[in-house]
Ligand binder design. Sequence first.
Ligand code: BES
Ligand code: ZN
Length: 611
Amino acid sequence: MALSPGDPSSYARPDHVKTTHIHLDWDLDFDKKILSGECILSMEKVDNGVSCVLLDCRTISVSSVIYEPTGENLTFKIDGETSFGSRMEIQLPSGSEKTFKLILKYSTSPECSALQWLSKEQTAGGTQPYVFSQCQAIHARSMLPCQDTPSVKASYSASVTAPLGITVLMSGIRKSDETAEIWNGKKKFKFEQPIPVQSYLIAIAAGAIVSKKIGPRSHVWAEEAFIEKAAFDFADTEAMLKTAEDLCGPYVWGEYDILILPPSFPFGGMENPCLTFATPSLLSGDKSNADVIAHEIAHSWTGNLVTNCNFEHFWLNEGFTVFVERKILGRLHGEPYRHLSGILRWKQLDECVNETFGPESPFTKLVVDLKGIDPDDAFSVIPYEKGATFLWYLEELVGGADQFEPFLRAYFEKFKPKSISTDDFKEFFIEYFSNVEAIKDIDWATWLYVSGMPPYKPKFDESLVLECYSLAENWRNWNPDYPCTFTGSEIKSFSSAQIREFLNSLLVGSALLPAVVEKMENLYKLSESCNMEILFSWIRVGIAARWEAAVPLAVKLVTDIGRMKFLRPLYRDLYAWEAKRQVALDTYTANKNQMIAVCRDMLAKDLHISQ
Ligand code: BES
Ligand code: ZN
């Protein structure tokens, strides 16, 4: 069945008719694990000759579609499932209006790929069940029938009922939660997102969630057990918001709250408007993972105001966001820190290009071809880091931040709140810098369409990492048959990021001997680190060294946390260690029912399990 000419991941035809507002009237049924109710799409014809509306959906059952203004029932059909879900075709009445509403009565299924339902036993508090959504890239279609393409933006409003004791949150402004109506043993929550947003930004979470104010426009939300830690770790949120505004222009979304999800949340953070979703694995007790919050804040401009028109241009979302994230961090913690962040992620880029995908892989291009490909399969650090590197290069080329930062603001001004392609960016850049001779040197074709590492590596300031490298070198050179001169104090003055870089540099090149890793553990006690990033890198160093003690640590981490950034490399590492392959497979089997669909599916692919 034909996919959209403008978006290879969607059946919708926004060139025929587009959604201008979505109203959701939902009820959450935790026993059945379904969300049911109505989705009212306000639509406007783009092509007056159109006789049907095409929507995306997946594992959804629709019982009726009503046409407003007349109230008549419309005929519709839903085609079979593909990896892009199903195409839903709704026949419009003859003589239909230019603007109209479609009222769809429907329910999701327990297989809904956007939602994860947790029993109360699976939560930290153990008193209430929980549900949360993750719609990016193309899972919104499993939560509501819609034009599930980021080229369509609509404002939304919602009214959600849930059993008493449950707090419902969505990616909009909360209305009426103090006076929420209580009816029939249920409580009703209302939300409004007045700014037009793409479908993947519609988000919901519900459970025994409490809040704490952390700034003039910010709360953290979490289960009781995490709330104080979260308030501490994210105490710098307002400073980050102000810095971001200084760089990008006013923050237009009103509130900026952060929700700490249950551990099975598959990402580090998700930029749901007004309410960033974050993994509890960011909570380290020392604010050292707050860079993820800087990243999600940056999305308030890059991604949420100026949006990729489809996921082939995902680097416009993530590359720009990493670039702005680093500028926020640089302003708050100093330029060397900005560079340190670049250095850390350059290694991840290298691993992804040269090992995970291979330098010839089409997935290592900045702009990818997603015809017939699920965006989840193409997801990697490449759009993030190759994208941010491209912008770093462009900034240098045009003469530095004094030239480039005003361009960034002009770019937001020009394109908000639109969805754009790489060519839109390119054209605007060339026009803006038409007086700058040097831009003639840009090899756009290589940057955008050639696979492999970027054609340029920034000259990173290595002042913060030289010590890490020399310590790593000393460990590499130590022969465990000789006396050990390390004392344990070597890393005392290192920041978390420096410890990570120390460990990551041990992951490049030949593996350490297990006895060396053992000694390092005795001295540095890295397996007890409260920082999940450090623990993760440490376990990888251990697995590479074939250090037996790393295996139970890996199994524990992948059991405790569902963040794919940790799970996928650890599962792949264990799988690649032949003697431990079965451990990887058994651990997956034991845990897969606790995972959100995307994570379960991606790991099955990584572990070569056919489903
Ligand atoms: N928008 C992404 C998460 C995402 C991307 C979900 C594609 C689904 C499909 C989010 O902003 C993100 O990039 N998170 C990173 C943060 C990191 C780069 C600081 C993460 O989860 O690790
Ligand atoms: Zn992002």
